[in-house]
Design a binder for this molecule. Structure first.
Ligand code: FAD
Length: 233
């Protein structure tokens, strides 16, 4: 009976575009309990579902996911058309990409590409005092999904398109935000890291995960300090 309750459709509370190719979908929690970093399978009732990382924090009243709109995508294009009050199917949370060692004072280096940032927003909303450095790879500034992370925490925005080679109006960003041209892997290759006390969380596509892990291993980071999630985006 409880399992049935858990996969009952939930009401959409809003769909907010974020730039030209992504949106945040908010929906009621109605007893949905989850750990930051996990994902839920979401879709239209009776239709296909796809996994999406929770973008909201464990204590937030409502649940949120951040979705890239894939043109012609079976699920993302349908979710994009939902309106407040529509019903959406949300399956129970799953996945092991959760915040470990929260009680330790390690600096967390949170490395994401695109919507791979979603679990990290859930981390920092859940544990606001978390010591972290966010490294976010985007194709353009429209994809700055980290814009509402704490303004006094350090973040690096890696711009991989030609936009990254143009001057950027940095006054729109907090003084703790650095905008650098290139990919997150290029940044990791040269960044000043504290190998013995940084803990790395990587979320993005398999190529980024593989390359970033190789770089970190080459730089001497033990594999047990590298946590990874393939969000295929
Ligand atoms: C653990 C996990 C967590 C995830 N979390 C998120 C999340 O937080 N936000 C999010 O947006 N997605 C997330 N995804 C990806 C998501 O589950 C879907 O794969 C994505 O939304 C595409 O589904 P679709 O049905 O719209 O497209 P499909 O119908 O599956 O794909 C249509 C076509 O688009 C291609 N395609 C699929 N995905 C992309 C893409 N991202 N960019 C370009 N082309 C693509 C496919 O190869 C296919 O050719 C996650 C995936 C996993 C495994």
């Amino acid at each position: 009976m409880q399992g049935y309750e858990l996969i009952q459709p939930r009401r959409v509370l809003g769909v907010q575009p974020w730039g030209p190719s992504a949106f945040v979908m908010r929906f009621e929690r109605r007893g949905l309990r989850f750990r930051a970093g996990t994902h839920v399978d979401v879709g239209l009732p009776g239709g296909l579902t796809r996994p999406y990382s929770l973008f909201s924090g464990e204590q937030d009243e409502i649940a949120e996911i951040l979705v890239r709109l894939v043109p012609g995508g079976a699920v993302s294009s349908r979710l994009a058309r939902l309106k407040e009050g529509d019903l959406v199917l949300v399956k129970p949370p799953r996945g092991g990409f959760t915040l470990r060692h929260r009680e330790q004072k390690d600096r967390l280096v949170l490395v994401a590409t695109g919507t791979g940032i979603a679990p990290f927003r859930s981390f920092v909303r859940t544990v606001p005092e978390l010591p972290y450095l966010l490294v976010h790879g985007v194709r353009s500034l429209d994809e700055d999904f980290g814009a509402d992370f704490e303004a006094n925490q350090e973040r690096v925005l890696c711009l991989s398109s030609a936009e990254g080679r143009q001057p950027v109006a940095t006054e729109k960003f907090s003084k703790h935000c650095r905008i650098v041209p290139g990919r997150v892997t290029q940044w990791l290759d040269q960044a000043e890291l504290h190998i013995d006390r940084d803990r790395f969380y990587l979320c993005g596509n398999s190529a980024m995960l593989r390359e970033a892990t190789e770089i970190l291993a080459r730089r001497g980071v033990p594999l047990e300090r590298i946590h990874r999630e393939n969000s295929a985006t």
